[in-house]
Design a protein around this ligand. Structure first.
Ligand SMILES: Nc1ncnc2c1ncn2[C@@H]1O[C@H](COP(=O)(O)OP(=O)(O)OP(=O)(O)O)[C@@H](O)[C@H]1O
Ligand SMILES: [Mg+2]
Length: 261
């Protein structure tokens, strides 16, 4: 059964989509069957995998509104073992449209349940807001990866996000956990970077990933070629850091399996 992981932070431009694309591609290379769901109207995850939005028949929007099953919307990518549920700008209206529907917070969860046996990992790339789309992702997930850019306001947004995760845990999804806080766009030359890392580790001692993603220009170039960086430039620091993150995620799954047995 797939482990479902949301990649969430209501702050924009912190590396959510970059993380979802590269982590999925790296796990796919390790033989894991991965489904990546784009739950953001910007569609950066969709284009990051080289999928042309104009060519799409259906998207995550159709599945959320119940017009299609999630499985009808899946597109195979050119990358080993990775499939995508794409998104288009249609999704921009979904937050309002969902309000009127039954089970508005658990529509994605119900769809994902039908597919869980076909994958090892399902990632959901969230939009930069604490909207109903993000709530749907949190309700559907076993855990959350929180990418965090090491900057001054990072902590403010983080406590709000953690409160939202706790709320979803109390009301809808008692099993949800934080998989880890991921430091992104790390620049060790900046004093502020170290302060933010120390502060976050103090507040969340066992919840930060060991792997840290450096600021790396190859990571920002890769999407314009429609390639995950782990394919675009395997030797780059950015690609190697996401390969290390994939190994760390695999080690988490092993630990959990041991603690359950
Ligand atoms: N480690 C990195 N080093 C350099 N550039 C990066 C890195 N991670 C992401 N970027 C670039 O920063 C920008 C924002 O990244 P990304 O789109 O992954 O963030 P996001 O959190 O998904 O944004 P949004 O909130 O808009 O969905 C992109 O142009 C991306 O290519
Ligand atoms: Mg994004």
């Amino acid at each position: 059964m797939a482990v479902v992981i949301a990649v969430a932070n209501q702050k924009g431009g912190v590396g959510k989509s970059t993380t979802a694309v590269n982590l999925s591609a790296a796990l796919g290379k390790r033989g894991k069957r991965v489904l990546c769901i784009d739950s953001d109207a910007q569609g950066n995850l969709t284009s990051g995998f080289g999928i042309k939005k104009k060519s799409l028949e259906f998207s995550v929007y159709d599945a959320l509104l119940g017009r299609k099953t999630l499985s009808d919307t899946i597109v195979k990518t050119d990358f080993e073992n990775v499939s995508v549920v794409p998104s288009t700008s249609d999704l921009a209206g979904a937050d309002i449209e969902l309000i009127e529907l039954e089970n508005r917070q658990s529509r994605l969860k119900m769809q994902i349940l039908t597919l869980k046996s076909e994958y090892d990992y399902i990632f959901i790339d969230c939009p930069p807001s604490l909207s109903l789309l993000t709530v749907n992702a949190l309700c559907a997930s076993d855990s959350v990866i929180i990418p965090l850019q090491c900057e001054f306001h990072a902590l403010e947004g983080l406590s709000q996000l953690v409160e939202s995760i706790k709320l979803v845990k109390r009301r809808f999804n008692p099993n949800i956990d934080i998989e880890g806080i991921l430091f992104t766009m790390y620049d060790g030359r900046l004093q502020l970077t170290h302060q933010v890392v120390d502060e976050v580790k103090k507040h969340f001692p066992s919840k930060t990933f060991e792997t840290i993603i450096p600021r790396n220009v190859r990571l920002s170039e890769a999407p314009s070629h429609g390639l995950p960086c782990v394919y675009y430039d395997k030797g780059s620091k950015g690609a190697q850091s996401y390969e290390a993150l994939a190994d760390e995620i695999l080690s988490h799954s092993k630990k959990k399996a041991v603690s359950i047995n």
